[in-house]
Design a protein around this ligand. Structure first.
Ligand SMILES: *[C@@H]1O[C@H](CO)[C@@H](O)[C@H](O)[C@H]1NC(C)=O
Ligand SMILES: *[C@@H]1O[C@H](CO)[C@@H](O)[C@H](O)[C@H]1NC(C)=O
Length: 507
């Protein structure tokens, strides 16, 4: 009776493969010689070792086994900082911690972040786990405000004026918003306000923020001012998805026991770069260029804030692994061995991109299909007619219905507010680079709640519609008008795993 969803999944599968091939046509199949133009010998910023204390905040914004890769990224980042010489007391880790001992994990107690990677879970401090991983605790930890923290170890960034701070976030996102395992999500205005507040407290030397999420650039675009001594790079610009890597059916291949992706492309790119260099001799800018180049097949890596800080050595933020002392940053070792192998195998790559079972496409609008697909593939192994199979098929059906309900409700609301002609145009508008997503963030959050009250929770999939709703605000629509339109468009809120019926709103 659930044949239809499976068919839909396979159809979407076809679509996603198409998306990969078209994405791949842009810029990837370059010869290694063409890369040298990107590689600039930079003024290394001298080996000033008197750097105060290095602090780090690492956070995975997701939960559930299907999101394995985010927590894998965070654990991996911890290992790099630890080997770089940072102390546990200075590394604040936020991870839901439902992966290592998840019943789906083929290697209990072990998390890996690359096909032949070692266990990155070992020794990771569990400062904030489960529902303690939330937007409020995350901002309080950055601000060093212990009294604003609920639960967890209470560890916060308690830095002094000479200290350097490194923040790494990885998860799903949407325009102007990044996910958290527990709602509400974190909106761009709140993040930037917290960073401004941090600067106003005058307590740090400089702060570097690496952010992986879809539409990651929208968290800072037009919002993060210069002059805060903050430098950020993001996995994607304000209007495109970010990608995952080391996925089933991808290259290099991963062990068939894994039905999920092991890492995110940007995250893995900076970490694998940090792992093969003496970080005394690699600058933030050199790393940015390396990561940007490695991601050129997928998304646009961006930088925001005080770009002048980019001449600083990574050492200031990540320390350096003494075992890499002899690996200084020079042109002939800039590419990580594995990426080099990938770049030089152009022919194989073409084949790889054309392969119909490549799950590397974590481009956000497609993410749901992939989640469904991996779920489908996973449960395909279950015997016909088994309870497990029925459950899987029900889940796929539920997720598809949810997705269609969100999209069609949003469209209908647009038509009710602006008419069938102007509606789609206003809803789908994308502002030029340099402008923030929304003029009034309170309006955006209020209308998100209105939508969720009358229609359905946005959920991870619906996060892409924060731009739609921001556009509605930017067009001057009030909460009352939105309430009227949403209650006309949606007769009831369906009960599903993402439901907002329990009063949990994403804003
Ligand atoms: C710390 O958080 C508490 C509770 O949210 C708040 O009342 C207080 O103003 C904050 N302190 C600082 C220094 O920001
Ligand atoms: C770096 O090179 C020097 C000189 O060849 C050698 O003595 C040292 O052991 C090397 N360090 C590492 C960490 O490999």
């Amino acid at each position: 009776m659930f044949r239809y969803p499976a068919g839909v999944v396979l159809l979407l599968f076809g679509l996603s493969v198409f998306a990969v091939s078209s994405g791949a046509s842009d810029g990837y199949l370059k010869l290694p010689s063409e890369f040298s133009e990107f590689l600039r010998p930079s003024e290394a910023s001298g080996g000033d070792d008197s750097v105060g204390t290095r602090w780090a905040v690492l956070i995975a914004g997701s939960k559930d086994y299907w999101n394995y890769r985010h927590q894998a990224d965070v654990c991996h980042a911890y290992q790099i900082l630890k080997r770089g010489g940072l102390k546990d007391e200075n590394i604040v880790v936020f991870m839901y911690d439902d992966i290592a001992y998840n019943e789906e994990n083929p290697r209990p107690g072990v998390i890996i972040n690359s096909p032949h990677g070692s266990n990155v879970y070992a020794g990771v401090p569990k400062d904030y786990t489960g529902n303690e991983v939330n937007a409020k605790n995350f901002l309080a930890a950055i601000l060093g405000n212990k009294s604003a923290i609920t639960g967890g170890s209470g560890k916060v960034v308690d830095n002094g004026p000479n200290d350097h701070i490194f923040i790494f976030y990885t998860d799903h996102g949407g325009p102007g918003v990044i996910g958290m395992p527990t709602r509400p999500y974190l909106y761009a205005d709140e993040l930037n306000d917290a960073l401004k507040m941090k600067h106003a407290s005058g307590t740090y030397k400089s702060l570097v923020f690496y952010l992986e999420a879809c539409e990651a650039g929208s968290m800072f675009e037009g919002l993060l001012p210069e002059g805060l001594n903050i430098y950020t790079t993001t996995a994607s610009n304000a209007e495109e998805g970010s990608w995952c890597t080391y996925c089933p059916g991808g290259y290099p291949s991963i062990s068939p026991e894994y039905e999920i992706c092991l890492g995110d492309f940007y995250s893995v790119a900076w970490m694998e770069d940090s792992e093969v260099h003496n970080l005394h001799s690699e600058t933030l800018e050199q790393q940015y260029n390396q990561v940007k180049k490695r991601l050129s097949i997928a998304s646009h890596v961006m930088q925001y804030g005080d770009l002048k800080l980019s001449v600083e050595d990574l050492f200031l933020y990540m320390g350096t692994n003494p075992a890499n002392d002899n690996y200084t940053f020079v042109d002939d070792n800039v590419l990580h061995p594995s990426s080099k192998a990938v770049y030089q195998r152009d022919a194989d790559l073409v084949h790889f991109w054309d392969k119909p079972c490549n799950l590397c496409v974590c481009v956000c609008p497609l993410k749901i299909y992939l989640m469904l697909l991996s779920q489908y593939l996973y449960f395909r192994k279950a015997p016909e007619g088994s309870a497990r199979k029925e459950e899987a098929q029900k889940q796929v059906f539920e997720a598809m219905s949810h997705r269609m309900h969100i999209d069609s409700s949003m469209k209908l609301i647009g038509n009710l507010l602006f008419g069938v002609e102007k509606g789609p145009e206003i809803l789908n508008a994308v502002r030029p680079a340099g402008q923030p997503l929304a003029d009034d963030w309170a309006c955006l959050k209020s209308l998100v709640r209105t939508f969720e009250t009358h229609c359905d929770s946005l959920s991870r999939y619906g996060m892409k519609h924060t731009r739609t709703i921001a556009n509605i605000c930017n067009a001057g629509i009030t909460k009352e008008q939105m309430t009227e339109a949403a209650s006309q468009a949606c007769t009831s809120v369906p009960s599903n795993p993402w439901t907002s019926l329990d009063g949990a709103y994403s804003a």
